[in-house]
Design a protein around this ligand. Sequence first.
Ligand SMILES: Cc1cc2nc3c(=O)[nH]c(=O)nc-3n(C[C@H](O)[C@H](O)[C@H](O)COP(=O)(O)OP(=O)(O)OC[C@H]3O[C@@H](n4cnc5c(N)ncnc54)[C@H](O)[C@@H]3O)c2cc1C
Length: 396
Amino acid sequence: MIPKASYDVIVVGAGPAGSTAAFYAARNGASVLLLDKKREIGNPIQCAGFLPDASEVKALLPDAKLPDFLEKYPDSCVLQQIKTQRIIPPNCSVKEFSVRGAVLDRRRYDQFLAEQAVKAGAELVVKTRVTKIEGTKVDISGFFGKHTLNAKAIIGADGPNSFVAKSKGLSWKPEAKETSVAIEYQLRNVDIDPDALEMYFGKYFVPGGYAWIFPEGEGRANVGIGIRSGMAEKGVSAKEYLNRFIRDHPLAGPKLKNSIIMNVIAGIIPVNGAPKKTATEDSLIVGDAAGHVIATNGGGIPPAMIAGKVAGETAAECAAGKCKLEDYDHRWREQFGSALETSVQARQLMDGIMASDTLMNAAFKFISPEQIKVMQCGKLPGAVKLGLQALNRGKK
Ligand SMILES: Cc1cc2nc3c(=O)[nH]c(=O)nc-3n(C[C@H](O)[C@H](O)[C@H](O)COP(=O)(O)OP(=O)(O)OC[C@H]3O[C@@H](n4cnc5c(N)ncnc54)[C@H](O)[C@@H]3O)c2cc1C
């Protein structure tokens, strides 16, 4: 498919943020090109695929206006419905609460979202990379050739190492950027609770992060870890931590001992929120590119799509001369900016505690399951904040 020479909106990256942005830009009358460097949308997967139900997202981010396909998507995208979430601190004294959501097949879900964008009028070009951006000129190169295109608005939905953010001076300075390194396996032949998410903490297995077991149905699971390299033991890689967790964890090990690795997935997760500025007069960043990830649990799909809707609507409005593209910045912050900032604050407080299993056990003893649940969505109850601050002070 040969692209045209110019568009109202060029969206770089067809993940949940980009496809949602392209859908809303096209639905609001803009001519839209959606590009991805991947030869197949959604493949390889870089996600564990858990998506809370819209009712959960609405309860926890009440100011957010949810995009259609965060609320409704085909059953064929669902690998497993989830009813329970379990938190396992280092001392294995399990806490659980109910949660409604699903583990999705991200490949199918990403393809579903990209298809909706095209049905709304966007043009999709795969296996094509953006190689240079100068002003509103975008150089692309890939299976369908090399082209220089022009756009009134460029949307950078190109993931945590965003080329658009770098080209437009919107990225975090490298020394200020904080990321979690994630590695996961898709396993078969596991002996797990089929509708419970499990999250494990403890510095021997997951320094500065957590390990997860997310069921994928039919004796399958996505099992992974997200760790902070700076908090890891010298010389121990993320892969070794994951293998150690599967082999030696006293609760998880027995469930996974006969498992077979079918797929290895790795990626990075931004955990320090959004940079100060997420838009210029001709470009904006969204999703992982803009640090739209709840820092306490690494959940990025809902914020990417909520901001994707704002991005697409604002870009279409801007292309029609009805607003400035910079308006995007305050529009998305009104919907979930403070939740994002609070999640970073909570993550920073947890970082201090994660350095010691004793402190972790103490923290999980006083934080109730309900409080854990709201913390995961960017809230920090006053009592929890005070308790975590006290634990942090106590360790000095
Ligand atoms: C191991 C792991 C597990 C995770 N588990 C969960 C989970 O269970 N639940 C959850 O909510 N979140 C999870 N996340 C986070 C979630 O995957 C991301 O937040 C989400 O995918 C962000 O969507 P996005 O559209 O911003 O970026 P992405 O999904 O990363 O999409 C970016 C797209 O841009 C394309 N691209 C990049 N550069 C270029 C270029 N120069 N030209 C053209 N295309 C380009 C890429 O190919 C990619 O398709 C996880 C992340 C990791 C790494």
